[in-house]
Unconditional design. Structure first.
Length: 175
């Protein structure tokens, strides 16, 4: 019998997220000047900051190259940001090697076909509610939240609660 996804939560210390469709709602708005804009959830931002403050690893791997996304992630405290990654497995393996992270301690959240190879290597592959069917099929947990609407917070909060690291104490941050 397959283990429930909840049984994996206690072993997670690393989160890897895609951007478009996970940390954003998949919408790309283009201004008349050609600038691309994306929508991200402040709830995801708060959870990312909380996980980082509690000592969890967070990595973002995306095929996109928007520097505004990089700036937002840096402002949240994320230092491991791989943008413009065509084949995500290369960035994923490089990240694990740099920090000597075991795949058994990783939760990966992706939403589309390029996310499948690294998702197949981790303990807990997850996705937003509006992920493509192929990603949903390999995910051990499908969030009730859509991409860009708190799905990252959903999985971070679950892991931190299981480990006693999600508290209601608040210290001012730049979320």
């Amino acid at each position: 019998m397959e283990k429930s996804y909840k049984e994996y939560l206690k072993d997670i210390d690393t989160f890897v997220f895609d951007v478009d469709g996970v940390l954003t709602d998949s919408t790309i708005m283009i201004t008349t000047q050609g600038e691309t804009l994306r929508r991200m959830s402040v709830k995801d931002g708060y959870a990312i900051q909380t996980a980082l403050r509690r000592g969890y690893n967070i990595c973002v791997i995306s095929g996109g190259t928007n520097e505004g996304v990089r700036n937002r992630l840096k402002a949240l405290g994320v230092t491991d940001i791989f943008l413009g990654t065509t084949y995500k497995m290369d960035a994923f393996e490089e990240y694990l090697d740099i920090y000597e992270i075991k795949p058994e301690s990783v939760l990966y959240m992706g939403d589309d076909i390029p996310d499948i190879p690294p998702m197949q290597k981790v303990a807990l592959p997850t996705c937003p509610q509006n992920a493509v069917p192929e990603v949903k099929a390999i995910s051990k947990y499908v969030s009730h939240k859509n991409g860009g609407d708190g799905c990252a917070r959903d999985v971070i909060e679950q892991v931190l609660k299981v480990k006693g690291d999600w508290t209601h104490e608040y210290k001012a941050t730049n979320s």
